[in-house]
Design a protein around this ligand. Structure first.
Ligand SMILES: [Zn+2]
Length: 209
């Protein structure tokens, strides 16, 4: 809900503004609204930006997890426990997404109504050629039991992966994600990182010699 970002959510029990819309820090009441009505950022009371403090995110996650837990005193009815579990699973999904830089960038693109991986499978210009070359190098090194070639290929893929992650961060920090051109640049880098991850999985740690 992009239009609800700045709208203060009031506790249905004590009417105080809620920092996280899922549980009131003041009186402990759970919000009867489903967590899917809020963005992952809103669930934690965070601004929707790429730059987030992971320590702060973790602290908020742990505090909220405790306060919405079904074993908290007073939550005895089946409906309260069901609500508590629904909030927990929503909160866990949000936390797993926001703590991972690639998933967080993907989510920001989604919030900006940008293209999904299924909508746009394009990659940066040179990528497919490089991936093909490195894939051949991995096969060659594995067949020849060439540990040195394998190590240097792994180093090259790690370098490419790192550069792609830096590019993703840089686009999210500086670009306007509402701009279609920026959205496409980000989409291509998010597609690219999957190629590097896949290649890394294909490199054996050790070859038989
Ligand atoms: Zn309250």
């Amino acid at each position: 809900m992009s239009d609800s970002k700045s709208r203060p959510v009031l506790c249905t029990e004590c009417s105080q503004p809620m920092e996280s819309p899922i549980c009131c820090a003041g009186c402990g009441a759970l919000n009867p609204l489903p967590p899917s009505l809020f963005t992952y950022f809103e669930l934690f009371g965070l601004e929707p930006t790429y730059e987030i403090d992971l320590g702060e995110l973790r602290r908020k996650y742990l505090t909220l997890s405790r306060s919405i837990h079904p074993d908290v005193a007073g939550r005895t009815s089946d409906s309260q426990r069901a609500q508590s579990l629904a909030l927990s699973s929503g909160l866990n999904r949000a936390y797993e997404t926001l703590r991972n830089p690639v998933d967080r960038a993907e989510y920001l693109l989604h919030l900006a109504n940008g293209p999904s991986a299924a909508d746009d499978k394009s990659v940066p210009g040179e990528l497919l050629g490089e991936v093909m070359m490195l894939r051949e190098q991995i096969e060659e090194a594995t067949e020849a039991s060439d540990q040195d070639l394998l190590a240097s290929t792994r180093a090259e893929v790690l370098k490419q992966q790192k550069e792609t992650l830096e590019e993703i961060a840089s686009i999210c920090r500086s670009g306007d994600l509402k701009e279609p051109a920026t959205q496409q640049r980000l989409r291509q880098q998010l597609n690219a990182v999957k190629y590097w991850n896949n290649l890394l999985e294909k490199i054996p740690l050790q070859v038989e010699s």
